[in-house]
Design a binder for this molecule. Sequence first.
Ligand code: ATP
Ligand code: MG
Length: 420
Amino acid sequence: MGASLKPYCLMHKNILVAELQLDTITGGIVSVGKVYAEEHVPIGVSVRKHRLDRGELNRWWRGRAIPASRAGLQDALQQLNVSDVQLLAEKCLGLSLSDQYWICPKASDLQWEQVNFFENPFSEDVGNILLGAVAECGQISLMSPDNTSDGWLQKKWIISEGKRCLIKGGSGAIRQEPYNEVLASCIMNRLEIPHVAYSLTQEGGYPYSICEDFITPDTELISAWHIMQTMKKENHVSVYQHYKNCCSGLGIPDIQRALDQMIVLDYLIVNEDRHMNNFGVIRRADTLEYLGAAPIFDSGTSLWFDKPTTLIRADAKVTCKPFKTTHEEQVKLVRDFSWLDLSALNGITDEWREIMKDSLFVDEARCEAICTSLSQRIKMLEKLILSRPQKMFCDNVQHDVKQNFAYSGEREDGCLGMKL
Ligand SMILES: Nc1ncnc2c1ncn2[C@@H]1O[C@H](COP(=O)(O)OP(=O)(O)OP(=O)(O)O)[C@@H](O)[C@H]1O
Ligand SMILES: [Mg+2]
């Protein structure tokens, strides 16, 4: 069967942004036509002389598809009878529950109000299959926000009491990530850090975290990675400084405090995967006004989640992202600790024990090892702040993260993808 082209309009809610054509075999963007609303072009995609950069738009479009690294993806695609994740994204018109972009078939007069997942119901068919369920006979609805969900952990969107919620699993035999999300929420609650609240749920006997959609029909999440594409990064500028420069270039308010809080949290819980798609900013979709940093989400790859119990130690060597290669270097980026009251964490380990109470996956020895090491992390940070000269801020490109794993789909080759 030969490839054919399908004409679409790239839409931002009901605003026509540009015309484009998709290849029906690969789902890739083959050509980009007239641009109608330059200011609504997705952040990080360049427009030169009123023309959209097709390579960058394709990269943005690929970033809307489920990443190749998603657990259980191949089985799910087989069951859904769709050969490629890109085609799956096309099946739901590229709609997502994290922003307001979509593609509208050119001949149709569909309106955003008729199709968006914030206000219209959707089937859990795709989500259930992505979580490993076997497809039942009959028609499977492919109109699902799960077709455009990012990240490597198994997940699905549901509607619970009218609210859009994301259910997300854990990895390996221990499945610690959902528990970690809950503890991270408790920590941020106590430290008054704006965050997405996660709680625990179960599916088929396995632990999952559940959180509400923090995006509304009026707002959208833009990842730090996309923000970082808005300026060219000079070699002598650190990744951290580059992000801040991009934010200030776009007029995004209150980034400093949000970064300080994220770095402190990640130091405490020893987060290993705060890559550039795991934080970002929020803007209003209609007015394009930036509201500030997104609340902190996706903190589960922490608390020695994939280490054997015997190796759980406060000073264990772990990966650090997004700015520096170690938490010790990264925490030096914090400008101001005056908001931080570490005494608010007194008794936090009891909350961890409570979260772990009925876990079939994390045994008591592991639970206690994490309590001990977490308490030590808190003490380490306390000591560090006390011993630090007034101005200890230090940013040095020498310790910069070189690979930011921009799109989860690019994990395998570790492609940085930033405009360097
Ligand atoms: N509560 C939410 N509301 C809106 N969008 C969300 C929410 N939680 C996650 N997202 C979006 O879904 C993406 C995937 O979610 P998340 O990062 O939690 O998954 P993950 O599998 O843990 O990712 P990773 O591959 O980084 O480990 C996020 O990058 C974000 O764009
Ligand atoms: Mg993530």
